[in-house]
Ligand binder design. Structure first.
Ligand SMILES: [Ca+2]
Length: 162
């Protein structure tokens, strides 16, 4: 009994409120839409140029950081295995033990990262540039070796990415 009365009151309240709300909501939506458009315009004007201007620099920095990380993992592999991975084994030797390495203590990395442009990092042993070690590099934004945009482990870091 009480709940029935309560329900009617509630319905009445909601019923009247809904009418007002519907009218109010339509106006509010327009204002909201304008606000959102204004905010989007401000964001586009302020943030987008910064992002596009810096994204290449950020990618190069990310590639350098990855190369430094993988470099360290290869050194750890070398300490355990007594040698660097061969060209055939490649960087995969950091994830899965090569059959002939008994002292492998990996995985040294769970999953090999791709470079910021979606390509695997390139590994070469013995190195063409690092004669006593390995070459490790990203082919860079042009997706090919060379072209002056590679990020590698043999260039003077002040020259990288130029
Ligand atoms: Ca390149």
């Amino acid at each position: 009994m009480t709940s029935a009365i309560h329900q009617t009151q509630l319905m009445g309240r909601y019923g009247r409120g809904a009418g007002r709300q519907a009218g109010g909501r339509r106006a509010f939506t327009l204002i909201e839409l304008l606000l959102v458009l204004v905010i989007l315009a401000i964001l586009a004007a302020v943030v987008v140029p910064k992002l596009t201007g810096r994204s290449e620099d950020a990618k190069k920095a990310a590639a350098k950081a990855d190369i430094a990380t993988i470099d360290g993992q290869l050194e750890t592999f070398e300490i355990d295995a007594g040698r660097y991975p061969t060209n055939d084994e490649g960087l995969g030797a950091l994830v899965n033990a090569p059959g002939n390495v008994k002292s492998w203590k990996g995985p040294y990395v769970k999953r090999l990262p791709n470079d910021p442009w979606g390509n695997p990092y390139q590994y070469r042993y013995p190195g063409q540039y690092n004669k006593n070690g390995f070459d490790l590099f990203s082919m860079g934004p042009d997706l090919h070796e060379g072209g002056g945009d590679d990020i590698d482990n043999w260039s003077d870091s002040s020259q990288q990415g130029k």
